[in-house]
Design a protein around this ligand. Structure first.
Ligand SMILES: C[S@@+](CC[C@H](N)C(=O)[O-])C[C@H]1O[C@@H](n2cnc3c(N)ncnc32)[C@H](O)[C@@H]1O
Ligand SMILES: [Zn+2]
Length: 323
């Protein structure tokens, strides 16, 4: 299918970003247009709906950071499959067959690619130029459509999606709960939503000290140019690797609890490059919020969602459904 066609289940859910009317496809997958003549082009596999509004608050800086990140660290790697095993552990993947999904804040599209094996059709949506990297990584994936748009203005009819994933995204918004509510407006009845959100420990310990240090470092690093921060990410990741990951792995193998209990255990089975990427990610994004479960539970209570699973593995993986 490639970039020539917008799959029917996506086209019928798309709405004009300017006026909200239905859209029709332009020939050869060149874009979409509505009855009022608003036209949105599709270039190199990206349907660009970002031209409809102006970024507000921190959004422009956030998009600049992630656009750089995902066009620099742009390949889908073997370790992304291992990360996917963690991210989607609670999801009934076979149950997604025949359903339509939205990956809101898809970055380079690594998890859209994973989910596309199951879903009938899927939208990979990102507000930044990361959408271009996603289009490259999804060019051979039938049923995936890449849309560039702020998720708060996602150009889709209400209740369009059976499954919405938003992984590592909402905590970068100025008002994460408002973003969550916007996503929920797109969720079909009985639809499921999977979130990944940064967590924070409730008690003092090594992890909370590390997070305090990272927050202090971020005051400087979020002001650096992206190429400079990229260059610095390798030595910083090196310090973390030799300070936490390698001793932790050693402690785990040799049954030394004081070492096995070190933070950053998720990287023990991952290559160094994944820590370099995540170091850049952590130190570059202008806004980040962190949550305990008592911060997050009201999100679900207030919106009437039923939580199916919630676990904190250096971040909250929350799966919930709309009754
Ligand atoms: C940490 S990355 C995660 C990417 C992907 N979900 C993954 O886990 O590989 C966050 C992504 O969310 C996107 N993003 C942040 N705020 C957004 C918004 N308001 N609307 C759409 N995308 C947004 C960024 O451009 C970035 O690509
Ligand atoms: Zn229109």
């Amino acid at each position: 299918m490639g970039w020539d066609v917008i799959p029917a289940p996506v086209l019928e859910r798309l709405r004009c970003p300017t006026c909200g009317k239905d859209v029709t496809a332009l020939p050869d997958g060149a874009g979409v247009t509505c009855g009022s003549g608003h036209r949105f082009d599709r270039r190199h596999g990206v349907l660009d709906c970002s031209t409809a509004g102006r970024p507000q608050g921190s959004t422009e800086a956030t998009f600049a950071s992630f656009g750089y990140e995902w066009n620099t660290f742009d390949g889908v790697r073997d370790e992304d499959q291992s990360f996917a095993d963690v991210y989607f552990r609670d999801v009934d993947l076979e149950g997604l067959r025949g359903k339509v999904g939205l990956d809101a804040g898809c970055g380079k599209g690594r998890y859209t690619r994973f989910l596309a094996q199951y879903l009938k059709a899927e939208v990979a949506l990102d507000g930044s130029s990361a959408a271009e990297a996603a289009a490259r990584n999804l060019a051979d994936v039938p049923g995936a459509t890449v849309v560039r748009s702020d998720l708060r203005d996602a150009p889709f009819a209400p209740e369009s999606f059976d499954f919405i994933s938003s992984l590592g995204v909402l905590h970068h918004l100025d008002d994460p709960f408002a973003g969550f509510q916007r996503l929920l407006a797109l969720l079909a009845p009985e639809g499921q939503v999977l979130l990944y959100l940064y967590s924070r420990p409730e008690t003092m310990g090594l992890r909370s000290l590390s997070l305090t240090a990272a927050t202090a470092l971020r005051r400087v690093t979020t002001r650096l140019s992206h190429p400079v921060l990229k260059a610095l990410s390798t030595p910083i990741a090196g310090v973390l690797w030799w300070g936490f990951v390698v001793p932790g792995r050693f402690g785990e193998r040799h049954g030394i609890p004081s070492l096995a209990g070190l933070p950053m255990d998720a990287y023990r089975s991952m290559p160094f490059r994944s820590l370099v990427l995540d170091t850049f990610d952590r130190l570059s994004a202008p806004v980040e919020y962190r949550y305990t479960w008592s911060d997050l539970q009201p999100w679900f209570d207030r919106t009437g969602l039923v939580v199916d699973a919630a676990r904190d593995e250096t971040g909250w993986f929350v799966l919930a459904h709309r009754p």
